[in-house]
Write a protein that binds this ligand. Sequence first.
Ligand code: UGA
Length: 450
Amino acid sequence: MSESKRRVGVLGLGHVGLPTALGFAELGWSVSGTDSDRIKVEQISGGGLPFYEPGMSELLQKHLASRRFRPLADIGLTVRDSDILFICVGTPHREDGSADLSQVEGAARSIAENLNGYKLIVEKSTAPVHTARWIERAILRYQNGKPEFEVACNPEFLREGTALRDLLHPDRVVIGAKSEKARCWLRELYEPLNAKILLTDLNTAEIIKHASNAFLALKISYINMVGDLCEAAGADVKDVAEGLGMDPRIGASFLDAGIGYGGFCLPKDLKAFISVAQEFGLSFSVLREVEQVNQDRIDRFVRKVQRALWVLKDKRLAVWGLAFKPDTDDIREAPSIHIASRLLQSGALLRLYDPQAMEAFRLVFPEEAERLVYCGSAVEAATSAHAILVLTEWQEFRTVDWPKVRQEVAVPMVVDGRNCLDRTVLEPLGFEYHSMGQPSSALHEVGVIR
Ligand code: UGA
């Protein structure tokens, strides 16, 4: 078969599958994509996106028009029509922390039932070591007839908010495969990117992904732990992070202290990695601490707000940012959910604003007159507020019209959970500024608040 004829199929059109499908279409491949959620497939077919991701809408329009991307409701058709199949379904965590692989098994069974010739089946979803082996076993168990196939692992390293950039300009492409044929097919697929390619076996590729996300979480909890010391001892965690990051062995990224990590990936992958280790009789206690430090961020932040305001009951709090990070509308495992719950329990009145995530947040916290109000802008949320709490570092908060905000608030106070604002702008306007892991404003210095 000639390379240009090879067709790609993507199973699962979520935060990983849809960018992956569109990315391969952009690289010139013919791609079909399917999802068990028919409404989602219809929406995508009509040019709509099921979630916000910068640059995706344009790419979707482009490749629906070029016909290089075909959304299909029929999973069987996607399987039969493709030579390389990427499994991009969800792997949420179960109550005990282990990964729930039922969607992966479901995809494997659908592939098995529709095998109509050699297929390369690629595990892209983040899953525990030995999942590829299980996919292989499931296909052997459920297949009709005996067509040939191979399972490979090609983990994704896409961040929400920059998924397309990460896909089209990857730091590395990891290919775990058994045969030269599978390695060759996958290399060809990524050839236009000119990326660094690491070839491994299946188990190694699976562990690389889990170990990467767990390490990122570890870096964040580490800097948060150091930030707590900075705060107690009177140092600035931002400068400490800068000093640390100048050492190339440590690296400067993922050292932003704040209210901790959220999202669908880091929290669940950390849990799953700990659970996998446990299955092999290893404790991974360092990673349990990473989780604990992250959970404690919520409490630390709420206490900080409480110390700054004294009494929370009936205080109007502007909450700026609900998404787990900027440039996404995703609120899964977002610190904002836990913080909002705690503040509401304390009797505070919340005025919420996020550029993208309000719709999703509303489903968890419906609007309630006075107690929980969704606002159309950051300034509106700040109107008559006793404090502004920053929970996501959206760019628009950095560049908001601060003199205008100063006029609108009841009390000029900011508690910045992401250390993203500039105190040298805020303090001259009369704002009291509190952040994470840094000395606070005037009150701190005179020893009123410790
Ligand atoms: C993460 C990884 O970064 C990707 O490489 C991986 O492919 C993806 O998971 C996945 O497994 O699919 P993502 O969940 O989109 O990507 O978000 P990150 O950019 O990793 O941020 C995670 C959380 O950490 C966010 O809540 C962010 O605010 C927080 N964070 C990040 C910090 O608190 N401090 C930092 O220095 C960096």
